[in-house]
Design a protein around this ligand. Structure first.
Ligand code: SF4
Length: 254
């Protein structure tokens, strides 16, 4: 091999090395939690879903508690078909407290897991009546004493009814979208909530969860998200995007 060719080969291999080093350092420099990126996500969600409201129909803290219990493993649309009839039949928390769970089952059957849900709703009603004078309590600690109420339901009631940002609601949409957007790598709702509480400013906790829930309903579907229409597209690197103008991160899984 001529010295010229050898030199050229060395130079080209050096350039390949440099490129790969610079690609590597670019990848390692990427921080999905960089405050500027998080602020941009929040800004675009605000622009797309201004003043978002809770997707579950309700007229009181009690109705919202029931609707949220029924929404486990069920769509909000289905819950919203069931609850108006239910609350017309049993208008007060005392009406629910007077039922046996079996009496409630036929009315909530279509929301799935209806036996457990009936037990939770009747149990929660009895506790609200016996321990809280018929009023749904407004603290996390007290809400968690109600049967069938875990952090997600408590956060929904505290945020959407009482306007208290104590935590972040992590439902199936928030779980999926926060992982796609690399705001968390965790895989349990409890850990994801803690991660989001660190990354999202507290004054946005209530709104942010509503916005991700609406985003999940409108565009960022569990299967085949509508990325081509998504306002977050060029800052989203989700592994399962259906269309992308930016690089895909294989670990950004829903
Ligand atoms: S670009 Fe696609 S995957 Fe990413 S947030 Fe938008 S809809 Fe979801």
């Amino acid at each position: 091999m001529s010295p010229v060719k050898t030199k050229a080969k060395r130079a080209s291999s050096k350039s390949v090395q440099l490129k790969s080093v610079s690609a590597k350092s670019k990848a390692s420099a990427y921080d999905p939690l960089e405050p500027k990126r998080v602020a941009e996500i929040l800004k675009r969600l605000d622009a797309t879903y201004p003043n978002p409201k809770c997707a579950l129909l309700h007229k009181s803290a009690w109705e919202l508690t029931v609707a949220t219990i029924l929404s486990a493993q069920c769509t909000d649309v289905r819950v919203n078909m069931v609850t108006p009839v239910l609350f017309a039949k049993y208008p007060t928390v005392q009406d629910f407290a007077a039922l046996e769970p079996e009496q409630l089952e036929p009315d909530i059957r279509s929301t799935g897991f209806f036996r457990n849900k009936a037990k939770s709703v009747v149990g929660a009603a009895r506790k609200v009546v016996s321990d809280f004078g018929g009023k749904v309590p407004d603290t996390m600690e007290e809400l968690l004493t109600l049967p069938g109420v875990a952090r997600k339901t408590a956060n929904v009631v505290l945020g959407s009814w009482f306007g208290k940002a104590i935590g972040v609601v992590v439902d199936t949409h928030v779980y999926r979208i926060s992982r796609r957007l690399e705001l968390t790598k965790s895989d349990t709702p409890e850990k994801i909530e803690q991660d989001l509480m660190r990354v999202i400013p507290q004054e946005k906790w209530i709104e942010f969860a509503h916005q991700e829930i609406w985003h999940g309903r409108k565009l960022c579907f569990a299967r085949k998200p509508n990325c081509v229409e998504c306002p977050l597209e060029n800052i989203c690197h989700a592994a399962d995007k259906t269309w992308s103008t930016v690089e895909i991160h294989k670990n950004a899984k829903p």
